[in-house]
Design a protein around this ligand. Structure first.
Ligand code: NI
Length: 172
């Protein structure tokens, strides 16, 4: 397994639409393992493949609490089947939008069809944090970031801040 570099906004790669996976083979399994390790290392609860520069429709998540056993989840080619009319708000952050947080509202429940780590077809009925997290991650597959839901002004302020941080970063 290997820890990969997580791309951060602004970066055009993050805006790509990811492509469906044809077969969950060894390459995809290795990718999922690397993604999980990268996500744990960054203290995240979800990561999409595009965040490490791979435009495949693959997501890993683990929303277990610190004092609970790890519970990795793998989603290949996820599709939302049902969304609740009711909405719920969480303060969201993103490993690709470092140190920025904003309240985002999304459908409070959803049903997701996907392939698991072994390529088997599964259905997830999600609510609460799980529902929000999977919807946030699925947005990444379409090149959408949570800051896209904010006002133009708020979004541009965040991007400006992130760009500034990037240009003042040196590696020696
Ligand atoms: Ni994210």
């Amino acid at each position: 397994m290997a820890i990969k570099t997580i791309l951060t906004e602004p970066n055009n790669i993050l805006r790509q639409v990811s492509k469906p996976v044809e077969i969950v083979g060894n390459d995809e399994k290795q990718l999922m393992k690397d993604m999980l390790e990268t996500m744990y290392d960054a203290n995240g609860i979800g990561l999409a493949a595009i965040q490490i520069g791979v435009p495949k429709r693959i997501i890993v998540m683990d929303i277990s609490k610190d004092n609970e056993e790890k519970n990795p989840m793998y989603f290949v080619n996820p599709v939302i089947k049902n969304k609740d009319n009711q909405r719920t708000t969480y303060e969201e952050g993103c490993l690709s939008v470092p140190n920025q947080f904003a309240e985002i509202d999304r459908p409070s429940k959803c049903e997701v069809e996907y392939l698991d780590f072994n390529g088997e077809k599964k259905v997830l009925k999600a609510e609460g944090l799980l529902a929000t997290c999977i919807q946030h991650e699925m947005d990444h597959l379409e090149g959408i970031l949570f800051i896209d839901y904010l006002s133009k002004l708020k979004k541009s302020m965040i991007i400006k801040k992130l760009s500034k941080n990037k240009s003042s970063r040196i590696v020696v």
